[in-house]
Structure formats: C-alpha cells, structure tokens
Design a binder for this molecule. Sequence first.
Ligand code: A5P
Length: 207
Amino acid sequence: VDAEKRVAAEAAAALVEDGMTVGLGTGSTVEHLLAALSARKLRIRCVATSMQTERAALGLGLRVEPFEALERLDLAIDGADQIAPDRWLVKGGGGAHTREKIVAAAADRFVVIASSDKLVDELRPPIPLELLRFGLAATLRALGHAGLRDEQSPDGNLIADYHGAIGDPASLAAWLSSTPGVVEHGLFPPVLVDEILVGSGPGVERR
Ligand code: A5P
C-alpha cells in the first residue's frame, strides 16, 4: 500500500511546474508528495491544508504561504479515504477536509493521489464532519447518527463522523451542508475532481 501511495505521489509531483502555486493536502500519501516535490527543487509557492503538512513541507525546504491573500491556485494535490467509480470522494480521515475542500475548489486542477485500496464500489460511512463548538449538542441531535472524535480541525473546530446511511451522495451532501453547525463535510463531488492517480502494483493508473 505504501509503495502504491509513493508511485501515485511521484506521478503527481511530475505535474508540477516551475512558478506554480500548489495546494498541498494532508495524510500519508501527501507525505510522499512532499518528498518528491522537494527533490525536484522547483520555485513554487505552496499552501498547506494542515499543520502537519505545513511542518513537513517547511522541513523539506518547500515555500509555504498563508492562504489568505492568494485568490487561486494552479494545482492542488491530495489523498482520499474512499474513491467511488463516479468520482465522488470521501475525505477527512485526518480531520482536515474543510481546508482540503477550500484548497481543491480554489485550484484550476485538483489531482487525487491514492493507493488502490481506496477504490470502492460505493461510498460507505463514516463521513467526516467539522462542527462548530457553539450549539454542539443541538447540532449532534439534528444529525442523529454522528459521533465526536477526540480531535480538532486545523482551525480549532470539532471533528465528528456521520454514521447514517449514505444513499445518494449529492442528497446527503446537500443535507449536511444545510445543517446549521456543520462547518463542512467530507463528501467531495465529482465536479471538483480533475484527475485521479491510483498506484496499481508498480505503476500508476490515471482516471
Ligand atoms: C485528510 O483529512 C484526509 O482527507 C486524507 O486526504 C485522507 O485521509 C488520505 O489519507 P492517507 O493519504 O494517509 O491515506
């Protein structure tokens, strides 16, 4: 699995060009990406979706900037927890899905990198959630099937998992988005996803 993550990450690093602004995701697959990007010694400006990524990127000599002044990114690269055949994704295993979605949406091109075990026939629970602390008990009651993790988001909010049925991902995504107190959920729609690079044995499958 780790070798598949590495080859997918290296294929994504090869898409990065000198002068680009690049969004860096979060997770063990992205750690391989950071190493591959650092080795290429490009002049790029990066934004990080978590402290973990920011620390690792800075440690490898990559230039990381706050994501407050940049209006758009050339490219964003990130892992995923589940990848469905219709390109719906579940993300947020690392609790960073709100930042990850903002970064993916701001990028001209969003590339997903994963090992082949992330491919699923259909999405299954849990769906990660970022929740505001204010009104937490009421938000959890409205959600019905959600459990808190002992984990905070990079922006200090709470991370929970929705364990109810998924059914149609678009309908569930719309309902979660419309629930007050839910900052963001980990369902990423196909419209966000430009390319999926999946490690497959020693090679990479491009979708
Ligand atoms: C982080 O919040 C997640 O969205 C990750 O992208 C996801 O959990 C993939 O992680 P790995 O690369 O460690 O499998």
